[in-house]
Design a binder for this molecule. Structure first.
Ligand code: SAM
Length: 279
């Protein structure tokens, strides 16, 4: 099971993401500038994905109302808008993140709706959406199982969702044995820049490394094995496909050859994605 963590309030989660929306404190560009959003898109395309976004994130039919839940600064909202889905709504707990997402979509000349929402208690009516995209969000909320249930509630019968969470991969599962290696890597400067994460690999606990990935002030980050998260999903969804990705090369070696990045992205992945159908 994931390490037990002291209860964290939804207010502290909101306050963290309001003060440090995704990618702020990491990019050299001012939050909300065109350069900031371009830098973020480039980082997603070159780091989160080794060159190409996996098209499994996008349902085939375009006649869908899509909710991008926990949209952050709007990377996925923009991608769904660009792919011409019938309607796209970005929602997030953090008002500052939403503001940035709205600016991003405006600058790109696209259209989306935006809502300030807590995934654990959504204000949308039952059966409001055809697809919910919720990537890298529920592992930050104090009650992930409530968010998972709420997503199912706002989906139409038989509709789809993609939910991703941090994956307890082989490195995290064997953290205690590999602690010395992590420490050595940290001494050689391996770690993410900005948001107080530079020495994250020198931490003593696996759960701390996961939490620190989003910043030293991040109150909550949980990594799951496949079976642990499937337990939460199974009362609401049929799992149609599980796929993994994400090796953050920028923590290790910025100019890593793409072929090596692809290999690490397949073998040492940090995100687990579930393509789901509402039961
Ligand atoms: C790591 S970011 C991911 C953003 C975006 N999904 C992406 O992949 O680029 C996590 C986001 O989840 C949001 N979040 C955390 N808990 C939430 C909740 N209970 N309800 C809605 N959003 C939440 C945060 O405000 C933050 O913007």
């Amino acid at each position: 099971m994931p390490t037990k963590i002291d209860p964290v309030s939804i207010e502290s989660v909101k306050s963290f993401w309001d003060s440090q929306p995704l990618f702020t404190g990491e990019s050299y560009h001012g939050a909300g500038t065109k350069e900031f959003f371009e830098d973020h898109t480039k980082t997603y395309l070159e780091d989160v994905f080794p060159g190409l976004i996996d098209e499994r994130f996008f349902p085939r039919s375009k006649e869908l109302s899509v909710l991008d839940l926990g949209c952050g600064i709007g990377f996925w909202t923009e991608q769904f808008c660009k792919r011409d889905y019938k309607s796209v709504t970005g929602a997030d707990l953090s008002l500052r993140s939403l503001e940035l997402a709205r600016e991003r979509i405006g600058m790109a000349g696209l259209k989306a709706n935006f809502r300030n929402e807590n995934a654990e208690l959504l204000s949308f009516a039952d059966a409001s959406f055809d697809h919910v995209n919720c990537l890298g969000v529920v592992h930050h909320t104090p009650h992930p199982e409530r968010a998972v249930a709420e997503i199912a509630r706002v989906l139409k019968p038989g509709a789809s969702a993609t939910i991703s969470v941090y994956y307890r991969n082989i490195l995290l599962r064997n953290f205690s044995k590999l602690k010395g290696v992590f420490l050595l890597l940290s001494k050689f400067g391996v770690g993410l820049k900005g948001r107080g994460r530079e020495t994250m690999l020198a931490e003593n606990a696996e759960s701390e490394i996961v939490r620190l990935y989003d910043g030293s002030d991040n109150p909550l980050g949980i990594a799951y094995s496949r079976s642990e998260f499937e337990v939460i999903l199974k009362q609401h969804y049929k799992v149609e496909e599980v796929f993994y990705h994400f090796f953050p090369k920028r923590a290790l070696w910025h100019d890593m050859p793409r072929s090596l990045h692809r290999l690490l992205d397949q073998k040492l992945l940090f995100m687990i994605c579930f393509r789901l159908k509402k039961l």
